[in-house]
Ligand binder design. Structure first.
Ligand code: NAD
Ligand code: ZN
Length: 564
């Protein structure tokens, strides 16, 4: 998977500083720089006025489109474009599809002054040759204004230094990249022959399908054969997984000609440790599991993380398949390749990125999941809708009653859609480099602080995330990125699915503050929050002043007290 394109196109009238600013951005961001006018001149072996004079504007425009198409193929470029490039809709489309588009603006008087200062005889340029240069600039500029409006961001350059314009343009580029990332997320789900196919994850190291369907467990053996696996299969599960799911898995594997072995660990988070991993390594040895064999994780996130860690390291890595049986496992833990065990000093401290060969989610296994775990899992689904997918959010709202009553198709659809989003996000940002994957942590900043403050007892992760999501909605409303109604929709949806949206009454502001301070999302003294911009959109924010988040936190904890 290639990384997402992060080009920057600078558009705007002549003398708005596109070339200078592009050079500055290229230095700031360590990315390559191109100027379409320069490329045209070097390709044609003539200056632009010469091309206009000898071959006419249409030849120039053709060259310009050709050069733009070429530079758009290169990743990570900052491109200064000619003032008229936006006139051709095809050029606008190329720029919008491959990068952030930033418009540099200036008043006609500023443009004329810069023109005269830099090039005293510029008024002899063909476009400005006739009298009243100011009027001509204004007229030409206003005729292009609609085309310049395609920009993700506009910088008014009149009063700013070149450094300031560059910094503003870089800030604006984030918006454009966000738009691109969001657009990609909404690409239709790849149409596989298999209708239960949610998404094909593609990362630098792997490509694998996520399959979601009621009853999918019965197809486990056949799917492993289809993946080309033929050796022995070791199923790792925990003592809390009902026997019927093991039997279904083992039956399916045997039927497909595998000779499965089952290894059981005690249920619960304490099993995610080094001793348990060591024990599994020995047992794999006893059962003579070899390089070409495979490990299947049948269980929740605990089994998935531990079995994945073992698969990643045993014999330097053997094939691994995730068969999640909890809702959290299906929509979150099984997708994305994070595998880990805990240390006495903290959770998930030893681990790796190790992508599975397949994620197979049988939503029917949720029928036996303790209701509290099922409810907690919905928090991650609601969170995903709130930050990435208004359609999923709407679906959860509109079908709450049926889903909660166990409607198989609707429940499977919600799980499939949510899994597909997680799959797309990790495909675009496997290692949390661009901020996209980090956005899945909506509600987790305060959520982790709450879990921490309660020392991870008496509260499930999903419940803490629900509380954190509710708080993030209040904070987003306070900073003006969502309306009161949008905040309430999130809280109502969480409540509808049986989740808490207020903090437990025994939580102390100072304890929470201390927990927030140790959270890894604190950068340069500021807590970084994931906040929605409306429903289905959002981003990482480090610009929330601490006194504002403190004030909202205080009110949140106070009202939590009152509502108890
Ligand atoms: N790797 C990741 O990206 C990632 C993401 C999120 C969470 N996690 C990890 O996931 C873990 C939590 O996962 P979890 O919430 O699934 O908890 P879990 O694995 O402990 O499962 C919860 C309980 O439900 C039982 N259970 C599982 N499936 C069942 C079923 N179908 N019917 C009846 N009982 C069933 C289990 O035995 C267990 O007791 C944490 O360790 C967390 O760190 C990992
Ligand atoms: Zn989570």
């Amino acid at each position: 998977m290639s990384s997402p394109r992060r080009n920057i196109y600078l558009i705007g009238f002549s003398y708005t500083g596109k070339s200078t600013v592009a050079r500055q951005i290229s230095v700031n961001l360590h990315i390559d720089f191109a100027d379409t006018d320069e490329l045209i001149e070097s390709r044609a072996g003539k200056t632009i006025p010469e091309i206009f004079a000898t071959e006419g504007e249409s030849v120039f425009r053709e060259l310009e489109s050709e050069v733009l198409r070429e530079v758009s193929q290169w990743p990570n470029m900052v491109v200064a474009t000619g003032g008229g490039i936006v006139l051709d809709p095809a050029n606008r489309d190329v720029m919008q599809r491959t990068g952030a588009v930033i418009s540099l603006e200036a008043q006609p008087s500023t443009i004329l002054a810069r023109m005269q200062a830099e090039e005293p005889d510029a008024t002899e340029r063909p476009l400005l040759a006739a009298g009243d240069p100011l009027g001509r600039i204004a007229a030409l500029k206003s005729s292009r204004q609609a085309a310049y409006a395609i920009a993700d961001w506009t910088v008014n350059t009149d009063q700013l230094t070149m450094e300031e314009v560059s910094a503003e343009a870089q800030r604006g580029a984030e918006q454009g990249w966000e738009r691109l990332a969001a657009g990609r997320l909404l690409e239709p789900v790849a149409d596989d022959a298999d209708s239960n196919f949610a998404f094909r994850v593609r990362t630098e190291t792997a490509a694998y399908p996520i399959v979601v369907a009621p009853g999918a467990l019965e197809t486990l053996g056949q799917r492993l054969s289809e993946l080309g696996l033929s050796g022995r299969v070791c199923v790792i599960t925990d003592s809390g997984i009902p026997g019927q799911w093991r039997e279904t898995a083992l039956g399916s594997l045997s039927e497909a000609g595998f000779d499965p072995v089952i290894l059981e660990i005690p249920e619960g988070e304490p099993s995610k440790n080094l001793a348990q991993a060591g024990d599994l390594f020995s047992q794999l040895g006893v059962h003579r599991i070899e390089r070409r064999d495979a490990i299947v994780a049948l269980g929740g996130g605990v089994v998935g993380d531990l079995a994945g860690y073992v698969a990643a390291t045993y014999l330097r890595g053997i094939a691994f398949v995730q068969v999640p049986t909890t809702l959290l496992g299906m929509v979150d833990a099984s997708i994305g390749g994070k595998v880990a065990i805990d240390l006495p000093t903290g959770k998930n401290l030893v681990g790796s990125f190790y992508q599975p060969r397949l994620v197979l989610s049988d939503t029917r296994t949720l029928n036996t999941l303790p209701p509290r775990h099922l409810t907690a899992g919905w928090a991650e689904v609601i969170k995903t809708g709130a930050i990435f997918d208004a359609e999923l959010f709407d679906f959860l709202e509109a079908n709450a009653e049926a889903i909660l009553a166990g409607d198989e198709d609707k429940r499977a659809h919600a799980v499939l859609r949510c899994s597909a989003i997680k799959g797309r996000v990790v495909s675009l940002d496997e290692r949390e480099m661009t901020g996209l994957r980090a956005r899945l942590n909506l509600g987790h900043t305060l959520g982790h602080a709450v879990e921490n403050a309660l020392e991870y007892t008496g509260i499930l992760h999903g419940e803490a995330v629900a509380i954190g999501t509710s708080f993030a909605a209040h904070l987003a409303e306070r900073v003006g990125s969502i309306t009161a109604a949008e905040r309430q929709r999130q809280i109502d949806l969480l409540n509808t699915y049986g989740l808490p949206t207020t903090a437990p009454s025994d939580l102390d502001m100072d304890v929470i503050r201390a927990a927030l301070a140790v959270d890894k999302k604190v950068a340069a003294g500021r807590t970084r929050w994931i906040l929605c911009d409306g429903i289905g959109r959002g981003r990482l924010r480090d610009d929330v002043p601490p006194d504002v988040s403190d004030e909202v936190l205080k009110a949140f904890l106070d009202s939590s007290l009152r509502s108890e």
